[in-house]
Design a binder for this molecule. Structure first.
Ligand SMILES: Nc1ncnc2c1ncn2[C@@H]1O[C@H](COP(=O)(O)OP(=O)(O)OP(=O)(O)O)[C@@H](O)[C@H]1O
Ligand SMILES: [Mg+2]
Ligand SMILES: [Zn+2]
Length: 269
């Protein structure tokens, strides 16, 4: 990389995707002695608008490139687990196929299993990935904890008192979460069911339900076991088809396989 002197710039010309606006989305034009700012034709502004303001809600690196197609079903150890995994995969695959029509029903999935590491997040994210690539529809991912932390971060320094009314930025954040076309809400049920948590989840899920936005939930609990308010649980029932996942950890299976490979290597087998 070449460093330019004086100007303080540390990038060379070639590092911008768009030379015209230097990836800012705007360039300046001079006319009659005035300087005007002009939206660049490269579409940066448009793309940012599409991506939305929910910068925290990106699909985790671990799941990049994972599709429904490459979700494994034969790595589960019991026949019963393999059957459940196959069914989940088949439903997910048909869901993606028929997404344009199903979208109008506003229905997503609720993947649950008491056992951790069974592939729930993997399949939920795969559906989101497939919808993005196939239909160019905006899909996002957030754990319930990320959503709640993000909400708390809008409260600022002042302790929030009840009845004071929501700060404007919190309302905007919640509106943004409501408007995501396809949202994976990961690990619902881990949060402590406090009043403010119930209130926020209610607003988010009620908004998404009314607007028929697609939500895919993953959880270690059945819908009926969730400790959230009934009005939230009712909405989840309406918004998602519950699918049981195998009671088996692929995460452990993968870890065991990795350890045995390492052992083989160290023993020189
Ligand atoms: N069927 C599968 N095919 C390929 N990889 C899988 C499959 N199931 C799980 N994995 C991998 O195993 C790991 C654990 O899966 P995942 O995170 O989806 O589990 P989970 O059911 O969401 O667990 P938790 O209840 O802890 O959230 C991930 O790295 C995932 O990519
Ligand atoms: Mg998970
Ligand atoms: Zn540009």
């Amino acid at each position: 990389m070449k460093h330019l002197h004086d100007s303080g710039e540390t990038t060379t010309k070639t590092e911008y995707k768009c030379q015209k606006c230097r990836d800012t989305g705007y360039y300046e034009i001079e006319k009659d002695g005035y300087t005007f700012s002009h939206e660049c034709e490269c579409g940066k502004v448009q793309r940012d608008r599409l991506a939305g303001r929910l910068k925290f809600a990106t699909i985790p690196k671990e799941f990049e490139g994972q599709t429904v197609d490459n979700f494994l079903t034969d790595c589960y150890s019991t026949p019963q687990s393999r059957e459940l995994a196959k069914l989940a995969k088949q439903l997910a695959s048909r869901y993606v196929e028929q997404f344009q029509e199903i979208r109008e029903t506003g229905k997503g999935f609720y993947f649950h299993s008491g056992v951790k590491g069974s592939g729930k997040t993997r399949l939920a994210v795969s559906i989101a990935n497939d919808i993005i690539t196939r239909y160019m529809i905006g899909a996002k991912f957030a754990t319930t904890i990320q959503i709640l932390d993000q909400i708390k971060s809008t409260w600022g320094e002042k302790p929030k008192e009840r009845g004071e009314g929501e700060p404007v930025s919190e309302r905007r954040l919640i509106d943004d979460i409501i408007s995501v076309p396809v949202l994976v809400i990961d690990d619902i049920g881990v949060e402590r069911p406090k009043d403010w948590v119930n209130e926020r989840f209610y607003n988010i899920l009620n908004g998404r339900m009314i607007e028929k936005r697609i939500t895919i939930f993953t959880s270690n609990y059945r819908i009926s076991e969730l400790q959230l308010d009934d009005r939230i649980v009712n909405r989840i029932e309406k918004m998602a088809l519950p699918i049981e996942f195998p009671a088996e950890s692929i995460r452990s299976a993968i870890a065991r396989k990795e350890n045995s490979d390492l052992l083989d290597r160290l023993l020189g087998v």
